[in-house]
Design a protein around this ligand. Structure first.
Ligand SMILES: [Zn+2]
Length: 610
């Protein structure tokens, strides 16, 4: 029997692709000249390389070759009054410059090694005029690298596209309307009234565009979808703070000189999008990137400074780079903090109070101590969630270090720093947020990252439509620092209520089975000695001592972050140096509660029996 839901989804995805294909209509080709070199050359020397005359389909270089592209042409007179753009894709990363030699926009080839489930990394559109006069001269220079975001050669480095095109604004807007509602359908309960109404509207659009998606049809289709996008949320139980992000590994799959250029492209794109989307807030970490931009592109850097002063471009992360913290020594980490914080203070007058390590594998237990001494109160990552075996139990918690210092830590509930900012992103953030019972805020980082690039228009168009779309949690673009401050208040409130519970139940620490909660200094197991441990007795939970499946009950959201050799070991009620009853897995901590041990043993025997 055919899968009706799957068939429906496939048909609607086909409609979405058809709408997308109708957004741009090429109206004239551009002439392409390229000046190829092995290494980058500055704008002033852009004609120094080997000159190539190219057409779409021609290869212009090998991996990591560089070239200045010169695109020339004329807007046809027939385009007068229409929205005109350029479509450029040379199967490489590219930065468009203005006549003064200042980067104005980064472009990325559509064909990429990127994980497409997180979005499409391609950026190929350069605006010319919202209402062209006709006969405008196109004379554009762009600095290209023959590699994709992940440092790979794509399609033999061939020029894919270089043309002048009309942009059908209503079709473009319809595409995002349709995309957002279709993705909403994926997260709604299929039998809900909302799902059925959205599905019906999408089908009506499907019939409307069946014979082609002209501007007039797009207007009619948008009118069909508008009431469904206008359905606003009710009482927000979770609010999502969204920040634009372009995660950049400074040294990874490409030469360092390409990292410098990736930085310029990424900042240029962010600034260009800020002009178009007033709500857009973008964040960038790593002073080293800012320093390179300052050296290579001082005019662009001055624009960055202005956006920082406006509060729309947020410097993030207290360290000089997103540093490894396991192999580094204490002095190296101190210097990271010292130079990183000093740079942001001297350049922007901003005291950074959070450590930003979205993609670092593992964290030294000394960090809370170093952070507190450096005036850093917050810590953000998501990397620990990338684990096929262990599930970290919390996303909002106090992280206590080996000397007892603690910082407030937050891990992204969506478990990625490359969010596509679609309905499924917000739905995952809500469903996957372990600590939503004690904090009604979480952070979402949207954009294309790992090799830079950052948010494209698609992220910002989606967020405009998602701001308070029912029944998703409301999302708002704001700096991470604003999120941390709001969340600190949640933490203080939770601490206070946990403190009052302690006061109301004196003497329970005598059971010797107290655990640390995410926000309260000490929270005790409520069972009598020899009874069932209330902390781990919930049916959904494994034992917090065994690190294989750390999953806690919602009514007892305890974080177990007591360090290995802490002198708080006895107070925590846990003991180390014992073998976990699970075969081949060592546990650092075990509970003294007999019932807990038996729970682990029972589960292990059932596992062994498989
Ligand atoms: Zn990374």
């Amino acid at each position: 029997m055919p899968d009706f839901a799957l068939n429906t989804r496939n048909r609607l995805e086909g409609v979405q692709e058809a709408i997308e294909a109708a957004i741009y209509t090429p109206i004239a080709d551009l002439a392409i000249a390229a000046y190829r070199t092995r290494e980058p050359v500055p704008f002033a020397e852009r004609t120094r390389g080997e000159k190539l005359a190219l057409r779409p389909g021609d290869s212009w270089g090998g991996l990591f070759d560089c070239a200045w592209f010169h695109f020339t042409g004329q807007v046809p007179a027939s385009a007068a009054g229409r929205c005109v753009v350029l479509l450029l894709d040379v199967n490489g990363e590219m930065c468009v410059y203005d006549a003064q030699g200042v980067p104005v926009r980064g472009l990325t080839n559509v064909s990429s090694t990127y994980d497409y489930s997180l979005g499409r990394p391609g950026k190929r559109v350069v605006p010319v005029a919202a209402a062209a006069l006709g006969r405008e001269t196109i004379d554009l220079w762009a600095d290209a690298g023959c590699n994709d975001l992940f440092g790979e050669l794509k399609e033999q480095g061939t020029v894919k596209e270089a043309c002048i095109a009309l942009c059908h604004e209503d079709v473009r807007a319809l595409f995002y309307d349709f995309e957002v509602l279709l993705d909403l359908l994926r997260v709604l309960p299929p039998e809900s009234a909302r799902a059925r109404q959205v599905l019906d509207a999408l089908h009506r659009v499907r019939w409307l565009v069946a014979a082609g998606c002209s501007d007039e049809v797009a207007l009619q289709a948008r009118a069909v979808l508008a009431p469904h996008l206008a359905r606003r949320g009710g009482d927000p139980s979770l609010r999502i703070s969204a920040v634009g992000h372009a995660h950049m590994d400074l040294a990874w799959l490409w030469p360092i000189r390409e990292t410098r250029r990736k930085g310029a492209r990424t900042f240029a794109t962010a600034l260009a999008n800020m002009e178009r989307y007033p709500a857009y807030v973008f964040g960038a970490s790593q002073p080293q990137l800012f320093q390179w931009l300052k050296e290579d592109h001082p005019t662009l850097y001055a624009k960055v400074k202005r956006r920082v002063a406006e509060g729309r471009l947020e410097p993030q992360g207290a360290m000089w780079v997103e540093a490894d913290t396991n192999l580094s020594g204490g002095e190296a980490l101190v210097r990271q903090l010292l130079y990183g914080k000093r740079f942001f203070m001297s350049e922007f007058g901003i005291e950074i109070r959070h450590l930003w390590l979205p993609d670092v594998f593992g964290y030294s237990a000394a960090l809370p101590q170093l952070l507190k001494r450096a005036g850093v109160d917050y810590f953000m990552t998501q990397k620990i969630s990338w684990n096929q075996v262990n599930r970290f139990p919390h996303q909002s918690f106090h992280w206590q270090g080996i000397d007892g210092s603690s910082v407030l830590a937050h891990m992204l509930p969506e478990e990625t720093y490359n969010s596509p900012a679609l309905p499924r992103s917000l739905a995952k953030a809500e469903s996957n947020y372990h600590d939503k019972a004690i904090s009604d805020r979480c952070l979402l980082l949207f954009g294309i990252g790992d090799g830079g690039g950052g948010p494209g228009e698609e992220h910002l168009e989606r967020l405009q439509r998602l701001a308070d779309l029912a029944p998703l949690p409301p999302v708002q673009q704001e700096p991470a620092a604003t999120f941390f401050e709001a969340w600190r208040r949640d933490a203080a409130r939770s601490d206070a209520s946990a403190g009052s519970r302690e006061a109301a139940a004196p003497g329970r620490e005598e059971t010797g089975r107290s655990l640390r909660s995410p926000f309260s200094p000490v929270t005790t197991c409520t069972a009598e000695p020899g009874g069932t441990c209330s902390v781990v007795s919930s049916s959904a939970s494994g034992c917090v001592r065994c690190r294989s499946t750390v999953r806690l009950s919602s009514r007892a959201p305890y974080a177990l972050l007591v360090p290995r050799r802490s002198n708080r070991r006895r107070a925590s009620g846990l003991t180390s140096s014992r073998r976990c009853p699970r075969p081949s897995r060592r546990s650092r901590w075990r509970c003294r509660s007999a019932s807990c041990k038996s729970r682990i043993a029972a589960r292990d025997s059932s596992l062994n029996g498989r």
